[in-house]
Ligand binder design. Structure first.
Ligand SMILES: Nc1ncnc2c1ncn2[C@@H]1O[C@H](COP(=O)(O)OP(=O)(O)OP(=O)(O)O)[C@@H](O)[C@H]1O
Ligand SMILES: [Mg+2]
Length: 641
């Protein structure tokens, strides 16, 4: 997407969806009933289904069903003019191809019988000219398809990229960088040379009809041959497709496993897990390879048979043609025309069989992408709300862990006034980080709502909302890029002053200027160049950019030394002075000494909430052991008894 701004690009793509079709993206269940799954299995790999048939032939039916279409299908519809033009060019190429059989018959019937070199010269020039035009059309066809590929990529890839984040946040097991690989494979198949094969298929009956006109017997031989080849092709598909799909599935699993293992490379190295991890990886790979080998064995067997039958049919056509010539039923010039036409009629079947695995893989990718997009709602153009004052209200919030039915947060109600500092405490696994994520509108609550200045944070346009929010997650990961880019959140309109101001507010400026290249130090993947504590302080600076109205810090001091903690405390005081609302999740009471309110969370429920001192007193009361009975009283009691 070299010449498109990211924002414009996302907006552009979503506008098309919403303006022209008023699409509603209704999230559907991933586990579909068996019937649906069967439909997908049969239909998805048939690239005809969407590229040639659905897009090309059943335009009417499509407009009726437009509500059910995914973004990808919809974009394919937008590409209909391109596909239609490519098909028309293919029509031209195929018509012009008839020049060759015509030429041979003319040479036989006119030139050889009359000996006219002039005729030969003229028809040769005409035929060569026809081929030049045919080549130009062919070139234009591939350019149109390539353009369609670029359009498809520009319209869809941004959404897939965004849907990936949705998927990961939802903990969708399907989501992963695989989706972008899927898009590439799908795009390459439907806009590359493979799709052109499909355009030639409708010409098989046309060539056969011409053969039937020349001579019914020759046409019949060709029909029988085509049916045999088609039968073999279908049989090969039945046998090979499950194997190809299985091989693909294992490969995807293998890649996902490797990605996860690489992220934890230090653990793997440190505890000598490489052998065991390697075995697991090898299992996926071996399974994939085995199915792949079996599939290619099937393909080889059938490929051989198909080639054999094709040769036999060609021989039969020449043989039958020779008999007809001897019988004086056709002229000898038609023998070559028959040969050329029949070979052209059967070629698409042959080519489809050899490119079939590509189509199956593309169909598979198409299905996976649709599943990912089914649960994705593109960002809608929303009214930009003004900068909030920072009042947070949580009303009857329940949060259900997706796919598990476990209620992680139950009936959470509280409010934080603008400029207040709320400390969230509670044992591990109480749901503190989950609550922080809900405050940010990352997850959708089961019911209830989190509101910032009265507006539901979940429905807030992410781009706008992000400007008013600072967030430091529990595991601070930075992105590959410079310190400056990370603090600027990769936004290009952030000035140096703003970056330095954020770093100073987070008390990270000194630390950053001591780095080898200061603000321009490249951090490497995940911010690996910095220590974990340093990463946390740069992460804090990132959260402080442009003094957001609401700052949420999840265990901000987890990896800080004494100096770092002091810097953090000072930053918290500064934020309070600047009337920013701050929510800090922490295990350490020292971090929360300036808090206005405390919230004690246990097992996903609010146990205590109120002014800091009141909550601390209550905790002490609960925790305080019963005062020991003084020794003198004890003695007196014993004496009495
Ligand atoms: N994606 C998930 N899948 C399964 N369980 C999850 C997921 N996210 C959170 N949980 C569960 O939710 C509970 C609360 O997790 P959370 O991270 O909010 O706890 P926490 O209070 O922040 O703990 P800690 O103090 O250790 O950070 C945990 O029991 C955890 O197992
Ligand atoms: Mg946590």
């Amino acid at each position: 997407m070299p010449n498109l701004e990211w924002d414009v690009f996302i907006k552009d793509a979503s506008n098309i969806i919403f303006d022209t079709n008023q699409l509603t993206f209704v999230p559907r269940r991933i586990n579909k009933p068996a019937k649906h799954r069967l439909d997908h299995r049969i239909l998805a790999p048939l690239v005809f289904h969407f590229a040639a048939m659905k897009v090309f032939f059943s335009m009417k039916k499509q407009s009726n069903n437009s509500k059910k279409q995914s973004l990808l299908e919809l974009t394919l519809r937008l590409g209909r003019p391109a596909i239609v033009s490519a098909a028309i060019f293919s029509l031209g190429v195929n018509i012009l191809f008839l020049a060759l059989p015509l030429y041979t018959t003319q040479v036989y019937s006119r030139v050889l019988s009359s000996g006219s070199l002039q005729t030969l010269f003229v028809i040769t020039i005409i035929t060569i000219f026809a081929f030049i035009v045919s080549e130009i059309l062919d070139f234009l066809q591939s350019r149109i398809l390539a353009g369609f590929g670029t359009m498809l990529d520009q319209r869809v890839s941004g959404h897939i990229f965004a849907a990936l984040f949705d998927g990961i946040v939802r903990r969708d097991a399907q989501a992963g960088a695989q989706a972008l690989r899927d898009l590439d494979s799908f795009r390459q198949t439907i806009t590359g040379p493979s799709i052109a094969v499909l355009f030639d298929v409708p010409w098989t009956p046309v060539y056969i009809i011409i053969l039937l006109i020349i001579d019914p017997i020759v046409g019949l031989v060709c029909i029988i041959g085509a049916l045999i080849l088609l039968g073999l092709a279908i049989l090969q598909d039945r046998l090979a497709r499950p194997l190809i799909l299985e091989a693909n599935k294992e490969a995807v699993k293998g890649y996902a496993f490797t990605e996860a293992a690489l992220r934890n490379a230090e653990v793997v190295r440190g505890m000598g897990m490489l052998g065991a991890i390697g075995e697991q990886w090898a299992k996926y790979r071996q399974n994939g390879m085995q199915h792949g080998t079996e599939a290619s064995e099937v393909a080889d067997r059938f490929g051989g048979a198909i080639k054999f039958f094709r040769n036999v049919i060609q021989v039969m056509i020449i043989g039958v043609g020779a008999v007809l010539i001897l019988d004086n039923q056709i002229s000898s010039g038609l023998l070559f025309a028959n040969m050329i036409l029949s070979s052209r009629a059967l070629a698409p079947i042959d080519r489809i069989v050899s490119t079939w695995p590509t189509f199956v893989a593309a169909g598979n990718s198409f299905q996976r992408l649709n599943e990912l997009l089914e649960n994705y709602t593109p960002a809608q153009t929303a009214t930009d709300l003004p900068r909030p004052a920072g009042k947070v209200t949580v009303e009857g919030l329940n949060y259900l862990l997706p796919d598990s039915g476990r209620l992680l947060l139950t009936n959470i109600n509280f409010a934080v006034e603008p400029g207040e500092f709320l400390g969230v405490i509670g044992p591990s696994g109480a749901g503190k980080s989950t609550l922080a994520r809900l405050l940010l509108g990352i997850h959708q609550p089961l019911n209830g709502a989190v509101r910032l200045d009265g507006s539901n944070v979940f429905g807030w346009s992410r781009n706008h909302f992000g400007r008013y929010i600072g967030y430091l997650p529990q595991d601070t990961e930075l992105f590959a890029g410079t310190v400056r880019e990370n603090i600027a959140r990769f936004q290009t309109d952030v000035t140096d002053e703003e970056v330095i101001d954020a770093a100073k507010k987070a008390n990270a400026h000194e630390l950053i200027v001591r780095l080898p290249q200061g603000y321009d130090t490249e951090l490497g993947a995940g911010g690996a160049v910095l220590s974990v504590g340093q990463r946390q302080r740069v992460g804090l600076a990132r959260a402080m950019l442009r003094s957001p109205a609401l700052v949420i810090l999840d265990e901000p001091n987890a990896n800080l030394d004494g100096e770092g903690e002091q810097a953090l405390l000072m930053a918290l005081r500064e934020m309070k002075k600047a009337k920013q609302t701050v929510v800090v999740v922490s295990h350490k009471p020292s971090m929360l000494q300036d808090a206005d309110k405390l919230l004690l969370l246990r097992d996903g429920k609010i146990e205590l909430f109120g002014p800091r001192q009141a909550v601390l007193d209550r905790i002490q009361q609960i925790q305080a052991p019963k005062p020991p009975i003084p020794a003198t009283e004890k003695l007196a009691k014993e004496a009495q008894s």
